[in-house]
Design a protein around this ligand. Sequence first.
Ligand code: 6PG
Length: 219
Amino acid sequence: MADAVAGEIRQIIEAAVLARGHVLLALPGGKTPLGIIARLVQMPLDWAAITIIPGDDRLVAADDPLSNYGMLERALGASGARIVPLVTQGLEYHASARDASARLASLPWPPDLVWLGMGSDGHTASIFPGPDLEAALAPPADALALGVLPDPLPPEAPVARVTLTKPAILSARALILTISGAEKRAVLERALAQGVSSPYPVGRVLGDAQSPLMIHWCP
Ligand code: 6PG
């Protein structure tokens, strides 16, 4: 899966550089991306033309192990790509999201790629079932980013977050979703069959995607 996804992302990058001279990528947090990014960073790409944002991030310091921005900096910081944080240190999550929306709008929007992961509860980016779901799916004034405080807090990262919203995700020229394991495959198959009426956020977000969506699964 890592070779296949890294190859796809390389093609997206090379096509975007050819077409527009720059690339904007939104990358997922969590563990699945690590092996894929490790392959991608070995590739001879025009890294100076690439801007990277986390598709979602936790409200923690950049050097906190929970920080997706910190993970991207460690994995890609030496590549020459520009890595732009989603979270503004020192702001609470709603203010941080407002700051993020303004920062994202100043980038060469829309993204050429939004690459997503998925949790076994069907969350994607930091769009979780629960109190913030509807606002993330249909944000006020089409905000590009939203501050969320999942309830219940996910055990792997029990903190507030800033996430790309559904309109921001679906504005991407291309979408990639990577998942692993039988449980997540069953959840994803159910969610995509249910589409936008799914109880799973991933179905609500991707059920009416218009851009090409590449889904990769490994056991
Ligand atoms: C996050 C991620 C999240 C992640 C899934 C899957 O910040 O937690 O963006 O959406 O992609 O939770 O995580 P794993 O790849 O670790 O299973």
